[in-house]
Design a protein around this ligand. Structure first.
Ligand code: NDP
Length: 307
């Protein structure tokens, strides 16, 4: 039986581990299919305090990981397929069948990139369609690519892609960006970026080549269809929380985000930290902050059990 079981290895999970480990609770962290979480798919992180010149996202989580290992955090690789939070002691089952029981569980499973959901996009995933410019941008050197979305993610993807691509066209369904002013200003000032407003992707074109050759765009105000030749399509339209395994076990909002008050879920001993319970701020630093809160709450709960 564990004292503290943490699901997730992004800034929320690792900060929870740091606090739990330093409280001598010897936490066990479940490391899923994307170790390090979303920070490993971002480029330069300029807004995490303490790194005045910015830091690479993957490097930042590697530092966090080494820091928690120093205090005795243990890791187990595995994907959580189901949980039972209704019994006396919470338990978690991994894809290899392993069942872990723990007096407290901290859910820090984060969120994943959304896709448009059209058939041609799904067919061409990994063949020109991507939701991660940092991972796949290098395949599009000197090419013309498109980014869908008008938020900070889309601007970040577009700006990153200008480093290697000839041209980046942002396709947005409205005529106003949702992105923060600083990101919007940077993107609009970049000579390699242009915008197609009021438009959505109607179809990803592959002309039977099984690789992206263009997009059919639909102007949602006029209904007009146009074609644009691009070799890559990057999605920047937001995220969905990774809460599939917790359905029916933990209270969620209508979009699947866990409901938590000061990280406490509706189940005693089960806490939620990071993007899995936050659709509003979604920052590495806020994730780390709630990871700290969850560990402190778990510590208090264990004390109340007399552990
Ligand atoms: P957002 O929800 O902010 O933006 C999503 C964008 O995609 C919107 O412009 C939305 O359009 C558009 N969109 C959504 N669904 C569709 C669809 N089906 N078809 C076409 N367009 C669609 O998500 P982000 O991931 O950009 O950002 C989330 C949070 O994370 C924000 O708080 C952001 O500030 C933060 N963030 C911060 C970063 C940084 O500071 N460096 C980097 C990345 C994210 P519409 O505007 O019409 O709704």
């Amino acid at each position: 039986m564990e004292n503290v079981l943490i699901i997730g290895t992004g800034p929320a999970g690792l900060t929870a581990a740091l606090y739990a480990a330093r409280a001598n609770l010897s936490p066990l962290v479940i490391e899923g299919l994307t170790p390090g979480g979303q920070l490993t798919t971002t480029t330069e992180v300029e807004n995490y305090p303490g790194f005045e010149k910015g830091i690479d996202g993957t490097e930042l989580v590697m530092i966090m990981r080494r820091q928690v290992e120093r205090f005795g955090t243990r890791f187990v690789a595995g994907d959580v397929v189901s949980v039972d939070f209704k019994g006396v002691v919470p338990s978690v089952t991994l894809s290899d069948g392993q069942k872990l029981e723990s007096r407290t569980v901290i859910v820090a499973t984060g969120a994943s990139a959304l896709y448009l959901g059209i058939a041609s996009e799904q067919k061409l995933r990994g063949r020109g369609v991507s939701a991660c410019a940092t991972c796949d941008g290098a395949f599009f050197r000197n090419q013309h690519v498109a980014v869908v979305g008008g938020g900070d993610t889309a601007m970040e993807e577009a700006l990153f892609l200008t480093r290697m691509c000839k041209k980046v066209t942002v396709v947005h369904r409205r005529d106003k960006l949702r992105a923060s002013k600083i990101m919007a200003d940077r993107a609009t000032a970049n000579p390699k970026i242009d915008f197609v407003w009021d438009s959505v992707v109607d179809e990803v074109l592959d002309v039977a080549k099984n690789t992206v050759t263009g997009l059919r765009l639909k102007n949602i105000k006029t209904g007009a269809l146009t074609e644009m030749a691009v070799t890559g399509l990057f999605l920047g339209i937001g995220h969905k929380p990774n809460t599939e395994a917790f359905k029916g076990q933990l209270d969620m909002d209508e979009n699947g985000y866990l409901l938590a008050e000061n990280t406490r879920t509706n189940v005693k001993g089960v806490f939620a930290a990071g993007d899995v319970q936050d659709h509003e701020y979604r920052q590495a630093v806020t994730a780390a902050g709630t990871g700290c809160m969850a560990a402190l709450e778990a510590e208090r709960y264990l004390e109340s059990l007399g552990q």
